[in-house]
Design a protein around this ligand. Structure first.
Ligand SMILES: Nc1nc2c(ncn2[C@@H]2O[C@H](COP(=O)(O)OP(=O)(O)OP(=O)(O)O)[C@@H](O)[C@H]2O)c(=O)[nH]1
Ligand SMILES: [Mg+2]
Length: 404
């Protein structure tokens, strides 16, 4: 026993890089023994801090809280009750944790592994139970590995059958990245046998800890990649919507039949759009200035205006005049600038930027955009409609399609 514990701790040392603790989220129905399990693990690693509150028949854990347990941080969660009305509240609390964790500079609260606790004495889970767990985790931790922990597993003879049953139920429901199933007894269990109270000893914690240590490097990688992807998509979505708003506004401005208006008002609007996008991507000031000046300085703006003009004019069978053409050109131009800025901001963000090629990359983006525009029959119809909002919407769809 002692030898085994030493082996495990050795493995723990190898895996844990300083400041890179794995974080485990413990989920499951109310009363299955989540808090009891966390306390047992914490004691195993001689935790000195306050332990999780265990329910004594009444209300159990009422908010999410994390505990330092040796190489891990373990988050105790609120159990799902039988009443459906309470489910949404629990899911919201779990999502709120994810929302904050993903925006934190450090990865301390980022969930890398889920322990889904099921009471082995309950002897059944319903598809709805699995659905609830998928629902609670799909926004932030869809790809996280899941260990099924069968708590209160003191009835050895029923265990293999129950494990098969759980395996099937989870496979049938889908949606969980199940990576193992672990029967445990977190604390010695008193059972009455022939009128005498006997103790079934705590078991299974070592196996759970060892498997957790083994999976943690992969789990941390998945969590880190998930965070990057989530933030990127969120930034991208926000930048698309800012570009959409700027596209509509620029069309309205350019439709004003005063030639000076588009010159004096469009440029600041478009530069503002570029700076806003680079802010969304948290770029350094000098890098955002480089993007703005690369597009303005290298004559790209003029080239883009020409492309936009010829694009709108080259659409066969379309005859648009005067201020409407101005508006459409301004819209095409603004959408292109927004899209190219998003592209550059992402390249700077991932360190893929080659500053020498900055102008050429923008040019290539504009060309792709124009080609898509010319091949889009709906756009031709829309131009005839003069519905600026719909035209801007279509332009944004084109920008988005260049990113997928
Ligand atoms: N003896 C023993 N009792 C256990 C074990 N696991 C859970 N219990 C008991 O089951 C009851 C519920 O345990 P909790 O740990 O509070 O359950 P929970 O899942 O945290 O419940 P909520 O916080 O309400 O979601 C408590 O009375 C525990 O003592 C175990 O392994 N051994
Ligand atoms: Mg609890």
């Amino acid at each position: 026993m002692i030898e085994r514990k030493e082996q495990e701790l050795l493995a723990v040392e190898e895996v844990v890089q300083p400041g890179k603790k794995g974080t485990i989220l413990v989920l499951g129905d109310s009363g299955v023994g989540k808090s009891t399990l966390i306390n047992a693990i914490a004691r195993k690693f001689d935790a000195t801090e306050e332990l999780a509150k265990v329910s004594l028949g009444g209300r159990g854990t009422e908010k999410l809280k994390s505990y330092d347990c040796g190489p891990f941080r373990i988050i105790d969660s609120i159990g799902f009750e039988k009443e459906k009305a309470q489910h949404l509240k629990v899911i919201k609390a779990i999502e709120h944790w994810g929302h904050k964790a993903i925006r934190k500079e450090t990865d301390d609260d980022l969930v890398s592994l889920i322990w889904y606790c099921i009471d082995a004495t309950g002897a059944r889970i319903l598809p709805e139970d699995v659905k609830l767990i998928s629902k609670a985790t799909k926004k932030y931790w869809k790809k996280a590995p899941v260990f099924i922990v069968l708590t209160k597993s003191y009835s050895e003879q029923d265990l293999p059958e129950f494990m098969d049953y759980i395996d099937n139920a989870i496979a049938l429901q889908g949606g969980l990245n199940k990576r193992g199933i672990f029967p445990v007894i977190a604390e010695d269990f008193p059972v009455v046998i022939n009128g005498r109270t006997e103790k079934v000893e705590s078991t299974g914690l070592e196996e759970l800890v060892a498997a957790t240590v083994r999976i943690m490097p992969d789990a941390l990688q998945i969590a880190g990649d998930g965070k990057k992807k989530f933030l990127l998509l969120e930034r991208r979505a926000l930048s698309f919507s800012v570009t959409g708003a700027a596209t509509v506004s620029s069309m309205a401005l350019a439709a004003i039949p005063v030639p000076i208006a588009d010159h004096y008002m469009l440029a600041p609007l478009q530069t503002g759009l570029q700076l806003w996008i680079t802010k969304i991507y948290d770029l350094k000031k000098e890098n955002s200035e480089k993007i703005v000046s690369a597009m303005a300085g290298a004559g790209i703006a003029t080239a883009a205006a020409k492309t936009a003009f010829s694009t709108a004019k080259a659409i066969p069978g379309v005859n648009v005049l005067g201020s409407a053409l101005n508006a459409i050109v301004a819209g095409v131009f603004t959408a292109m600038i927004g899209g190219a800025t998003i592209l550059m901001a992402e390249k700077y963000g991932s360190g893929e930027i080659d500053e020498e090629k900055l102008a050429a990359d923008v040019q290539e983006f504009f060309e792709q955009f124009s080609a898509q525009l010319l091949n889009s029959p709906e756009f031709k119809e829309l131009i005839g409609s003069l519905d600026f909002r719909a035209i801007a919407g279509k332009l944004m769809k084109l920008v988005t399609s260049l990113f997928s």
